[in-house]
Design a binder for this molecule. Structure first.
Ligand code: GRF
Length: 204
């Protein structure tokens, strides 16, 4: 088995990154985490990745100012240099332009803390509580140029309980995230889910 070389892109604590690293330790896992890449030099996840013996890189977006494409070219160069096959966005807090997204079409996944297409964007737990939904969840999807859209690879939900706060709900959803992201990456790395197949399934 040739394991796919995966880069995990983070901006913060990297708990999803850790879930992927731990899953990839299984001998039969079809992917290895070859690189953790952050746009934030101080992201806590970088230290955790280094502890696990994984190569890390920082591409700080600030020096590029408003030139998003130049930032993305630097990201892409780092991915190419590390011979990356698949990219997992995991709390990566930069919007990507169609340039990079198209380049990695079918090879870039994102995790979103809601049951897409519900609650795209930020503050999903607050909005779920305000909306009074009975179930809330998380989604792994292929990345498309439009934010938080794209064919779904994996999705699961938990009940919203009476008395839930943003924090208690976020913690319950995070458990879902840590379960479905490694499952989704496995499906894509094994070629059992492709962009074309996920597109057909999402359309129904
Ligand atoms: C997660 O809730 C993820 O769904 C969202 O950002 C958060 C990142 O958390 N996109 P972590 O850095 O993986 O702990």
């Amino acid at each position: 088995m040739t394991r796919k070389r995966v880069a995990v892109l983070i901006s913060g604590r990297g708990s999803n990154m850790t879930a992927l690293i731990e899953a990839a330790e299984a001998p039969d896992y079809p992917a290895q985490i070859a690189l953790v890449l952050s746009n934030e030099p101080d992201a806590a996840g970088l230290a955790r990745a280094q502890l696990a013996g994984i190569a890390t890189a920082v591409v700080d977006h600030r020096p590029f100012g408003k030139d998003r494409e130049a930032f993305e070219r630097a990201l892409d160069d780092t991915l190419q240099t590390n011979r990356i096959d698949l990219v997992c966005l995991a709390g990566f807090m930069r919007l990507l332009t169609p340039w990079l997204v198209t380049r990695w079409s079918g090879r870039m996944l994102n995790i979103h803390p809601a049951l897409l297409p519900q609650f795209k964007g930020l503050h999903t737990h607050r909005r779920a509580l305000e909306g009074g939904v009975q179930r809330h969840g998380a989604t792994v999807h292929f990345v498309m140029p439009e934010m938080d859209s794209g064919p779904i690879v994996a999705q699961d939900s938990v009940p919203v309980r009476e008395g839930d706060t943003e924090e208690t709900l976020a913690a319950r959803i995070l458990e879902v995230e840590h379960r479905i992201y490694p499952q989704a990456l496995r499906l894509v790395a094994e070629g059992r889910v492709t962009l074309a197949a996920a597109t057909a399934a999402t359309r129904g």
